[in-house]
Design a binder for this molecule. Structure first.
Ligand code: DC
Length: 658
């Protein structure tokens, strides 16, 4: 079910196929800025189209840089080291990769600028960068809270005679910002940057240095503590620039390739747009997966994961130093649920100052799934979940794209996963859920709908038994609600009380046996009185809504055969096979009559016929979930078929579509 507020993930049984990755956010925003500052035109292919790159493009536009498109390519007309607009108010959204380098570049160039963002951006520290820039006489003021955006930049008198010192232990983006901006003032002399403290997230600085090279600036890297931009450096366009696929986002698909195999129905999942030569540190995630027992293949322009190495049943737990893969490390917090021992992620202090406090957010949401989680300032320990420990949950995403994408992987577990505010993925991967769905293999459902006594119950339970699938007799849920309502004297039009009853139905189904608490009600729910009451309360929208979650929760590996009235239309609209069983009313009356008599219930064929007609009318005319075939259902008239013939036909269709 999709709405803008949430997305219900179907439970998954496997994965397989190829995911084309969007362009890397880190590379896209760096390349846009470099191309804008360079001399000459740059044609960029594979640029990410997302919130963060749009923020950068809008800022460049406001600064007077001309950007055009040619098909799917982007052409940036470089301004040769000087932005045409000397004053502008820039909105940076929540894009750290935009505000930090722009702050540095604008402060060095001087002008009259303000930079602001969404409320969360105003909680993300920028003081270390501002301190470094102020120390060389740039003019920057805080407009609100000391140490945080929004900022005002004016004309300063930058002096780069002495080394520029910047802290490297909170975010490497401050160093990156300086490295991207300082070649603007290195025409006459070497410019030196010194890192205070240990530099975290070195792979991101590596991306920066690689891209500077492509734009003609060769920085000397002295052991990640001192960087020298040689005198005379200036940006020149490489002409063309291809943006790699996003390696952090590759992690979800590679993890899917591994988790999908746990149910025995997985194939390789391949991500295209990254490989062993990628300049992004997060490709290391694939090596971590290998160390945890995954089977990974590295090729030219792709990486693929296909389950575990022979002999392994689960991923291994243990300690993983994530300092080099801070973003992809979030994915490990989810794969840890499927490991054979607790997983300790270390070196993730930077999570605290990302789109949200990711350590807190991850801990809270994993706990909702039933996981035991411990957290510290810069670490997180996640304990694995056994099948019985999983709890269904609505996962909060904290306006953090990576929270939403990570938790989609929880749908490989035996619980119902709802992702709240799924639209937040637009920050870096607007069509993430579509791409994920293209490689995900949901637990298969065969939906068999039809009118009363069309034989669907018998057929569905036999099909389920033949395939080893679970079986859902949805009518039994309505009947059980009706039985309890009759016993508790709840009026059959009291929608509020009935839906409350349905929501907390203490029911347990085992094949065709139905239990309410300790009582076997299998026979009691089959009486005509209960059937009539069920038909009446089934027309109440709130009752149907209450029973929805229960029905969804029965979709479990290896598969489900569900029978009812609205299995193919409302409850499992994505069912792989939908069959609509019909039979002439006379044939159905004969069957139901024989069934009732065999159960010792006395009735007449005329009564049964009348009752069936009345119930058909009510089920098909009601305003909610009326009995009708789904558009993609195959009709099957069973008047002249016996049960085995009907079952054979359904199985034949199943083989054709699976
Ligand atoms: O299939 P059955 O006769 O056991 O169903 C009992 C009643 O429940 C039937 O009158 C219609 C209702 N029902 C429904 O509305 N939707 C379903 N999916 C299943 C049954």
């Amino acid at each position: 079910m999709i709405s803008s507020d949430y997305l219900d993930m179907p439970p998954l049984i496997g994965a397989g196929g190829t995911a084309l990755l969007p362009g890397s956010k880190s590379i896209s925003n760096r390349v846009l800025l470099l191309a804008a500052l360079a001399e000459g035109k740059t044609l960029i292919t594979g640029l990410l189209d997302s919130d963060d790159t749009r923020v950068m493009l809008a800022a460049l536009h406001a600064l007077g840089v001309i950007v055009s498109t040619q098909g799917t390519d982007t052409i940036v007309h470089g301004c040769g080291g000087r932005f045409p607009e000397r004053r502008a108010d820039l909105f940076m959204g929540n894009a750290g990769t935009a505000i930090r380098p722009l702050t540095a570049a604008l402060a060095l160039l001087g002008g009259s600028y303000t930079l602001s963002g969404v409320p969360r951006m105003h909680e993300r520290p920028i003081g270390d960068l501002v301190d470094a820039l102020r120390a060389i006489n740039c003019s920057i003021d805080y407009l609100n809270q000391l140490g945080y955006p929004p900022l005002a930049i004016n004309l300063g008198t930058p002096n780069v005679d002495t080394p520029i010192r910047v802290r490297g232990d909170v975010s490497s983006q401050f160093l990156t910002a300086l490295l991207l901006a300082l070649p603007l003032v290195s025409q006459q002399q070497d410019v030196v940057v010194e890192v205070i403290g240990t530099l975290i997230s070195r792979p991101y600085v590596h991306i920066t240095l690689e891209l500077l090279c492509r734009f003609g600036v060769h920085v000397e890297n002295e052991n990640w503590q001192r960087f020298v931009i040689p005198a005379g450096s200036r940006y020149t366009s490489p002409g063309r620039m291809a943006v790699e696929g996003d390696a952090s986002s590759a992690s979800y698909f590679l993890a899917a390739g591994v988790l999908g195999s746990l149910h025995g129905a997985g194939d390789a999942v391949r991500v295209e747009g990254v490989d062993a030569h990628s300049i992004q540190g997060d490709v290391e995630f694939a090596r971590v997966l290998e160390r945890l027992g995954a089977r990974v293949e590295w090729g030219d322009g792709f990486i693929s994961a296909s389950g575990l190495i022979p002999g392994r049943k689960r991923l291994t737990g243990g300690i993983i130093d994530c300092v080099a893969i801070p973003d992809a490390a979030m994915t490990l917090a989810i794969t840890a649920l499927f490991a054979d021992a607790p997983t300790l992620l270390t070196g993730i202090g930077s999570w605290r100052v990302k789109e949200t406090d990711r350590i807190a957010a991850m801990g809270a949401e994993l706990a909702k799934l039933g996981a035991q989680v411990e957290a510290g300032e810069d670490w997180l320990r996640v304990h694995p979940l056994s099948d019985g420990q999983w709890r269904s949950a609505a996962i909060g995403t904290y306006d953090d794209h990576r929270m939403a994408m990570c938790f989609s992987l929880a749908s490989f577990g035996p619980a119902d996963i709802r992702i709240l505010d799924p639209g937040c993925v637009s920050k870096t991967f607007p069509d993430y859920f579509q791409v994920f769905a293209s490689v995900a293999r949901p637990v298969p459902v065969i939906a068999i709908d039809g009118p009363t006594a069309s034989g669907k119950g018998t057929v569905a339970s036999k099909v389920a038994a033949m395939l080893g699938f679970h079986y859902l007799d949805s009518g039994a849920l309505y009947r059980t609600t009706a039985l309890l309502a009759l016993r508790q004297d709840i009026k059959l039009d009291d929608e509020a009380r009935l839906s409350e009853l349905a929501l907390r139905l203490p029911i347990r189904c085992d094949g065709s046996q139905v239990w309410v608490g300790p009582e076997d009600v299998s026979a009691a729910i089959r009486t005509e009185d209960v059937g009539r009451a069920a038909s009446a309360l089934a027309s109440l929208p709130a009752v149907r809504q209450s029973l929805l979650a229960l029905q969804h929760s029965l979709r479990r590996a290896p598969g489900l055969v569900a029978d009812g009235r609205d299995m193919g239309t409302e409850v499992f609209p994505s069912a792989r096979l939908k069959v609509f069983l019909t039979a002439d009313v006379q044939a159905r009356a004969d069957r139901r009559y024989k069934q009732l008599i065999s159960q010792g219930i006395s009735t007449t064929i005329i009564d049964v016929l009348r009752d069936l007609e009345a119930r058909d009318a009510r089920d098909s005319k009601r305003s909610v979930a009326a009995l009708r075939p789904a558009q993609d259902a195959v009709p099957l008239n069973t008047s002249a078929l016996d049960v085995d013939q009907t079952v054979d036909q359904v199985l034949q269709w199943w083989r054709q579509c699976s």
